[in-house]
Structures are given as C-alpha cells and as structure tokens.
Design a binder for this molecule. Structure first.
Ligand code: FAD
Length: 463
C-alpha cells in the first residue's frame, strides 16, 4: 500500500480522529523544518500520546512498508524531519510530560516532546541544573536534542546532550519497545546502545522516554564582551584562552556583519565598527569566577582587544548573552534565504578557519555573516542570499564545498551540532571513509532492515 489516500484512510481506522491530520494546511506545515530550500509533503501526520500508540503505528508501518519520519518541533537545520520520501510524520509534541524529578539521584525522566527550556525551568525550581542550551531551546524538544546530540552556548564547559543522557526508551521500526541505560552512574552492561541512538537523527528508533542527568547549578557567574579590530585577532584570543587552560562556560564569536544585523534588530548598543566580538561567560565558585575573568581580560588585551565590557547586573548579563542568541534570527532578516552551516575545527585552528571563511567569502562575492561557539571550534558561517538567484546559489554551493573541505583538512568535521540529515550526506563519506560508511549501513540495517524509518537521511542513496 503506497497511495497517500490509502495511508490516510488506514491510519484513521487505527487512531482516534484527533491523532491524525491530513488537511492541506497541516501537510504544508509539516513539509519543512529550519533548513532553507527544502520541503516535501507527508501523506499524513500522526500525533501519538503514548509509547504504545507509537508502537502500534510502527507495527502498522512495518507491515505495510510505509515510511515514517519522527519529528519534534521541526527546528532542525539539516532536513532531518523533512519527509523527503513522503510517508507519515510522527510528531511527538503531545508527549510533553516531565514524568519524574529524582532529587536523590539527580535525574529527570521525561517524554520526548518536552520543550528544552521548559525542562530546564522545571528542574531549576528544585535547585537543579540541566546545562545543554541550544539556541532553539525555547522551541526544540528533548527528543530532537537527543537524536541530534545538540550543543549550545554552555556546552564548552558542560558538554553536549549526550553527556546527560543516562537512559532511553525506544520503539524500534518493527514496533518492539526496549529500554537502554539506567539510573546507575556506572553502567557497562553490553554495547552502549544509548550512544548509538544519540546522534541517530531519527533513523534507528523512535525515542519515547528520556532519562537525563542533572547537576547542581553554579554559585556565581560573570558575562563579558571583548571587542576586536578583526576576526583573526578574536580567533587568536579564543586559542589563547583555551591554551591558557581556562574553560569558560561560554566563549562565543560574532563577526562585523552579524554584530550589525543584531544591532539593526535589537539595538543592544554594540559598537558597529569593530571587526568581531567575543561573548564570554565564566561560572562556578565566586573566587574562581573572579580569577578566570581577570585572566581572560588579560589574554584578550594581549590579542589586541580594542575594548572589554563586564556586565554589572544579571539583567545586563542576560542582555549581552541575548546579543549572541539573536545572531541567527537577526541575520535571517537581511535577505530572503539564510543558509547556515556548522563547520567545526580543533580550537587551535579557529583563527585559520576564520581567515579562510573571509577568503572564500570574497572569492565568491557572497554576503556571509559568521558567528558561533568559537570555544568549541564550532563556527556558523551564514550566507545571506536569495534562492531564486540560481547563479548566486551555485556560488554559495561552491563556497560551502570549500569551507567543508578546509574544515576536514584542518582536522575538523562537516557538522559540529546540526547533524547530517539530507543536507550533509554528500560530505559524510569524506569524513568517515568507505569502511566507516559500511559499518554505519550495517548498524542501520540491524535496527531497520526494511529502511522504513526516516529514509534518505545520513546516507546518500535510498536506505
Ligand atoms: C534558531 C535556531 C537555533 C539553533 N541553535 C542550535 C544550537 O545552538 N545547537 C544545536 O545543536 N542546534 C541548534 N539548532 C538546531 C535544532 O534546534 C536542534 O537540532 C534541535 O535538537 C532539534 O530539535 P527539534 O525538536 O526541533 O527536532 P526536529 O527538527 O523536529 O527533528 C530533528 C531530528 O530529530 C528526529 N527526531 C525528533 N524527535 C525524535 C524522537 N522522539 N525520536 C527519534 N527521532 C526524533 C527527526 O527525525 C530529525 O531527524 C538551532 C535551530 C534553530 C532554528
């Protein structure tokens, strides 16, 4: 059975009417995510409310050989939840309950559709801290964060989502339900299936429950901005801070184009004529915060900083952090199409990578703003363009090809946090080699022999 009509009618027999959507507005809404230039219509959308409903959906899909594409909030930036081979979109947003906050073991158990910021807020009420803070955290779901292994501003010091995942409940493509991991801090029972499912981009199983580790919050923090005359001196300061054996909570970079877009949009009072700025946060014991922030200011000055500002109040700190959080949305206002990439390099290569981005930007005569988690070596060169201009789009493609090749040459990777999806699949073999690709294909087949879950992602050809 493959026809769209058959799929929709059959689903309506299995699920109550409010769980299935097929009208044109819903179909259009679920045809894209945050990735530019990409859309594809599903046959239907299903909104399950329990693990058992997801299991029933997968059993039906497995039997009928219907493709299923899991989806959280659709903020992904590599086309992960776009149904490029049609089929059914399985949207988890109604599975948004926090099931348990365990204050003795410092864990939280939740459903996959919980919004990241809501989870952080709820555990915060109990005096606990969930550090991963993707820029999309007010919208993205924990399920999406887990399978994309999302990072964020604080991940330099605190690690990415995988560092907090202790256990997962998963529905396999054939509908079987299994649990991997435990509340034990130490657990080496068999293969580490959790780690395989983290970063699996919805291609191996549907995550239906997530057990996360929590930590106590830092006692103090300080937020600073350092201004630089050019990108490379800011890059040198990043290298200097890390080489100085300081790991701030956040070490974020904005270039001149991004600074001006943020100012146009948010009027924070950033200087418009500087080449780049770093937004730096330190946190921990008050004495450590004082010591680290003084050392960071010295390193920035040694690297040619033209100005340094420290937030005096919590409100001002939030405003400075906002400058970074608003980078993408501010850039996106400038031209009809925004193409954001996340080439990532070892941290000592940040100055070289920034210089290369400037070079290819000029070579291909493109409007590129660069920002990113510079302390992680994770840069977001963002091309502001117009997809209707075919000639310019070709230049954009050549430019990003060169950026990815350079990232690999410098010992980095083609994606630091946005995943492969269907956008980066052509670059993946360059990164992992043919043997690596074969191992990944074997893993995919062992979970999903018929290739029904999120086809066309990670691998170039049909699964
Ligand atoms: C403005 C903006 C800022 C961003 N900032 C960051 C950032 O700082 N760091 C970062 O890492 N990313 C960032 N992102 C990217 C994105 O928000 C993350 O990848 C996020 O984790 C996606 O969550 P989601 O709920 O929107 O997932 P979706 O986009 O809905 O799906 C993403 C992938 O997860 C799969 N999936 C979703 N739920 C499940 C489930 N329950 N089981 C199995 N598979 C599932 C989908 O099939 C898809 O492959 C940003 C995006 C935007 C638009």
């Amino acid at each position: 059975m493959t026809s769209t009509l058959d799929v929709a009618q059959s689903l309506k027999k299995i699920f109550p009417p409010d769980r299935v959507a097929t009208d044109p507005v819903d179909i259009a809404t679920y045809s894209f995510d945050g990735t530019p230039n990409l859309n594809a219509a599903p046959a239907a959308i299903v909104y399950p409310e329990t693990t058992e409903e997801i299991s029933a959906l997968m059993k039906w899909a497995y039997e009928k050989k219907v493709k299923v594409v899991p989806r959280g909030s659709g903020t992904g930036l590599s086309g992960g939840c776009v149904p490029i081979q049609s089929g059914v979109v399985l949207c988890t947003v109604r599975m948004n309950k926090i099931l348990e906050i365990d204050e003795e073991n410092l864990t939280v158990l939740c459903q996959p559709g919980v919004v990241t910021a809501d989870l952080a807020k709820e555990v915060g009420k109990k005096g606990l801290f969930y550090p991963p803070d993707p820029g999309s955290m007010k919208i993205s779901t924990i399920g999406g964060n887990v399978v994309e292994n999302s990072g964020g501003l604080r991940c330099l010091k605190y690690g990415v989502t995988e560092d907090y995942v202790m256990g997962l409940e998963v529905v396999l493509p054939n509908g079987e339900i299994f649990w991997t991991g435990s509340k034990s801090k130490k657990d080496v029972a068999g293969y580490n299936l959790k780690k395989i499912l983290v970063s699996s981009e919805g291609t191996l199983g549907v995550i239906t429950k997530v057990l996360l580790r929590l930590i106590p919050p830092p006692a103090a923090s300080k937020t600073m901005l350092a201004y630089f005359p050019d990108m490379v001196s800011a890059g040198n300061a990043v290298k200097g801070v890390i080489a100085g054996k300081i790991i701030p909570c956040a070490l974020e970079f904005l270039d001149n184009v991004t600074i001006n877009c943020v100012e146009d949009h948010a009027h924070i009072g950033l200087p418009r004529d500087i080449g780049a700025l770093l937004m730096i946060q330190t946190d921990g014991h008050p004495a450590q915060v004082e010591e680290e922030s003084a050392a960071i200011e010295t390193i920035c000055n040694q690297c040619g900083a033209s100005g340094f500002k420290t937030a005096q109040t919590a409100e001002e700190a939030e405003q400075l952090a906002q400058a970074r959080r608003m980078a993408l949305s501010s850039l996106a206002r400038r031209k009809p199409t925004t193409i954001l990439e996340d080439a990532t390099v070892p941290r000592n290569k940040v100055p070289e990578m920034l210089a290369f981005i400037e070079q290819v930007r000029d070579k291909y005569k493109l409007d590129i703003g660069t920002f990113g988690h510079a302390g992680d070596g994770n840069l977001h060169p963002t091309c502001l363009t117009d997809e209707r201009d075919k000639e310019e789009m070709e230049r954009v493609e050549h430019c990003f090809d060169e950026i990815f090749k350079k990232a690999i040459e410098l010992g980095g990777t083609v994606t630091g946090e946005h995943g492969v999806g269907c956008i980066k699949s052509k670059y993946l073999p360059m990164m992992v080699g043919e043997t690596g690709m074969q191992v990944m294909r074997r893993i995919k087949r062992s979970f999903d022999p018929d290739g029904i879950l999120n086809p066309g992602k990670i691998f170039i050809d049909k699964d």
